[in-house]
Design a protein around this ligand. Sequence first.
Ligand code: FES
Length: 235
Amino acid sequence: MEVNLVKLNINGKEVEAPQGSTILQAAELAGIEIPRLCYDPELSKMGSCRLCVVEVKGNRLLPASCVTPISPGMEVQTESPAVVEARKTILELLIANHPLDCLTCDKLGDCKLADYCYEYGVKESPYVGEKHNYAIDNSNPFIIRDLNKCILCGACVRACEEMTGQDNLSYLHRGFHRKATTAADVPYIESDCVFCGQCVAVCPTGALTEKTMAGKARRFNIDRVQTTCPFCGTG
Ligand code: FES
């Protein structure tokens, strides 16, 4: 099938991408990396974290590049002063209700939120308010769930449904009390979870971590090897 290509300009560079691509996808094809937290190429698009905002000529708003389709002649800036300032504010808002215990967090070294805070020089949040104080779900042998570290990117909910065909995770409540959790908000062990580990694999923060590694090693201490899957036992 013939693919129609769309020409646009990203950061002063002429770029071509298949019609229907998003700005983020077109940028990626051109070797331009745009920060993202809720976007995962294996999952449906959600556009919830807003970290991927960019500047588009003629658009007063900063659209989320992961859900904005390209159009011919579009002029995009991915790291303009306005974009950088917006990303800093977004990160400050995300960590306003997030534990800053990175030194003892098992996810350090593999936490996208921490990586982007480092990249954009965000050390703390000026937005002080109520914080969540959820009990940590340590009820099962495989997954530790700390909803205090959840940024509501929805990747776990989408992975559960789209990658495994399960429907174990969804959203509960609205506003400050909104959470991504199991049906009826029960601990993982009491839910229909099959412990495939997909939700852990896509979580960009320390909200979902592998119990087998907790307190033993972080990602940068581990070498990847070909082995049998510890979750399903069949590889
Ligand atoms: Fe685009 Fe989250 S990565 S809104």
